[in-house]
Design a protein. Structure first.
Length: 68
């Protein structure tokens, strides 16, 4: 998977990870069973969060959870 390759280039070799990409708020993530399970999963010990804005002003949020 491309994500794993990019993570490995940073010197991070996760034993497991989850990636959440969605164009809405954290409330929507918590209302989605799969996203909620990743957010509340105590197996992950690191988190990365990012946001990008497209040329129409829409925000896209990313949360990445890993265990290293």
């Amino acid at each position: 998977m491309i994500l794993v390759v990019h993570i490995s280039k940073l010197g991070i070799h996760p034993s497991s990870f989850a990636l959440i990409i969605k164009g809405t708020s954290n409330v929507s993530w918590m209302n989605s069973l799969g996203h909620r399970n990743n957010i509340l999963n105590t197996n992950y010990n690191q988190i990365g969060v990012g946001v990008a804005k497209d040329n129409q002003g829409r925000l896209y949020w990313v949360q990445m959870f890993i265990r290293i």
